[in-house]
Design a protein around this ligand. Structure first.
Ligand code: BES
Ligand code: ZN
Ligand code: ZN
Length: 496
């Protein structure tokens, strides 16, 4: 999708569709839309008076101008109640309008960006582009029938009235586009099937990102990781024929920037291993690398935006399969940290591979470690698929995440990491076991991880529910959501 900013007035601009928004209001039309209304013999306000357009949230009305305006059509989209307006609704409205135009078979439209409810043009342009691009995302690469029927918006022109406005709209649109492209990349990786998105494919993706953006990259084979002491990662990887990869990406290597390490769970398929999962919904377990997808995508966006930080992305990538070589319940593993783990369930593999990745992260002496993982079904039970579980050992880092989450609309909810929970993980024969009882499953998963980060400020995001959804939302089609990318990018942009 090509997005351009041009200078011009909406009532004078020739185009296929002119997109306009309006609140639900008794007082009639307000703001920029009034100029178009005046130029168009008050057709828009009479439509409102007749009750044909109420401004209800996401309502769409397509009007043909029959050559009485330079625009061939006008799409009116409702923003709902003025007092309830925020950027989350705005992203939703941009998406709904975009989907309407796309489904109608039109490939281009024009949208005049003006201030709304105290939000400036720059932030509105960013959120508009975000909602639009994420809302019209469609995972169709594997559909071979009727490909000519796939509809797509090719060009969007954002209208500004002055040169100064042009600049701020361009700024916002640029950021929105870079970040949304990265979110879509994460979605593609999550939606991609595990026979294609293998650990090797993730490593190749990381290589190509590194090459394009001048990042350093290192990929350890399982044997190398094992020789370094990563006994937990190696144990999970050895059940599969598909070679595991331990991937490290590094951007802005240098002393002058704060170091932040992002760690993403990269299980490209989780069958449960010897503790095999029930077959119902097992196909969903291709999304068990959503943390890895978020880390790769965030690294890409951060470098495109030139965020002044030293970023390290660590992705332990492997399948979790049963086989004659697979690790087994009862096995005792020695992790990179030196601590030993008694395996109770081979299905609690995420925390095992992450334990080695987190221990490795400490070598960078980072200011913060953030991990993202589809770690526990218990988190889905506790919080559902709207909300990401938030855990951590550092109040100020936790607060930062909560703050950016309100900005991006990716909801997080904090769960406790009290010492008492560690009781569940005590083992008779090793330093700890990899699972507790059924109680507090998301918390015991996080407690397990906490044993590998030392005193470094650390946050764990359990995205088991939020990584992939069955029912579409205003700007998130069903399937992989790309959760965490916008959250992390915003966190890094706001880092001080
Ligand atoms: N990948 C799963 C967690 C998961 C479950 C993600 C559902 C998305 C949806 C993870 O590896 C796992 O299997 N966890 C076990 C842990 C248990 C054995 C302690 C779980 O949640 O059942
Ligand atoms: Zn598992
Ligand atoms: Zn898993």
């Amino acid at each position: 999708m090509d997005i351009r900013v041009e200078q011009g007035r909406p009532e004078k601009y020739p185009c296929e569709v002119l997109l306009l928004f309006s609140f639900e209001s008794q007082e009639g039309l307000e703001g920029a839309i009034q100029n178009v209304d005046k130029a168009w013999h008050c057709f828009l306000s009479s439509l409102v008076k007749q009750g044909d357009f109420t401004g209800e949230l996401f309502q769409c009305r397509l009007l043909h101008t029959h050559d009485s305006l330079p625009a061939k059509r006008i799409l009116l989209t409702g923003l709902g109640k003025k007092e309830e307006f925020d950027l989350e609704r705005w992203r939703g409205a941009a998406s709904k309008a975009g989907q309407f135009i796309r489904d109608f078979g039109i490939k281009e439209f024009v949208f005049p960006v003006s201030e709304l409810r105290g939000f400036n043009r720059e932030e509105l342009a960013e959120a508009f582009v975000t909602g639009l691009m994420l809302g019209v995302y469609d995972f169709n690469v594997f559909k071979t029938v009727d490909r000519n029927k796939i509809k797509e918006i090719k060009e969007v022109i954002l209208l500004a009235e002055t040169a100064e406005e042009t600049k701020s709209i361009q700024g916002g649109a640029r950021i929105g586009k870079i970040v949304s492209e990265s979110v879509c990349m994460a979605r593609d990786l999550v939606n991609g099937p595990s026979n294609q998105i293998t650990p090797t494919a993730l490593a190749e993706k990381a290589q190509s990102i590194a090459k394009e953006h001048g990042m350093e990259i290192q990929v350890f084979e399982v044997s190398e990781a094992e020789a370094m002491g990563m006994g937990a990662f190696a144990a999970v990887a050895k059940g599969s024929q598909e070679p595991g990869k331990f991937i490290m990406l590094e951007y802005n290597k240098g002393k002058e920037f704060d170091t932040i390490v992002l760690v993403g769970k990269g299980i490209t398929f989780d069958s449960g291993g010897i503790s095999i999962k029930p077959s119902e919904k097992m196909e969903r377990m291709k999304d068990d690398m959503s943390g890895a997808a978020a880390v790769l995508s965030t690294m890409q966006a951060a470098s495109k935006l030139g965020i002044p930080l030293h970023l390290v992305g660590i992705i332990p990538a492997t399948e979790n399969l049963p086989s004659g070589k697979a690790y087994k319940p009862g096995d005792i593993l020695k992790t990179l940290s030196g601590q030993t783990v008694e395996v109770i369930s081979t299905d609690a593999e995420g925390r095992l591979i992450l334990s080695d990745a987190l221990a490795y992260a400490l070598r960078y002496e980072p200011k913060a470690i953030i991990d993202l993982a589809t770690l526990t079904g218990a988190c889905v039970i506790a919080l559902g698929d709207y909300v990401t579980g938030l855990f951590g050992n550092d109040e100020s880092l936790l607060k930062r995440i909560e703050e950016v989450s309100t900005k991006t609309g990716e909801k997080v909810w904090r769960l406790p990491l009290w010492d008492e929970y560690f009781e569940y993980l005590k083992s008779d024969c090793a330093d700890f076991r990899n699972v507790g009882t059924r109680a507090a499953g998301a918390i015991t998963g996080a407690i397990f991880l906490s044993k590998f980060v030392g005193k470094v400020p650390w946050v764990h995001l359990d995205i088991a529910g939020s990584a992939s959804i069955e029912k579409a939302r205003p700007y998130t089609p069903s399937g992989g959501t790309g959760i965490g990318v916008r959250l992390l990018v915003q966190l890094l942009r706001d880092w001080k």
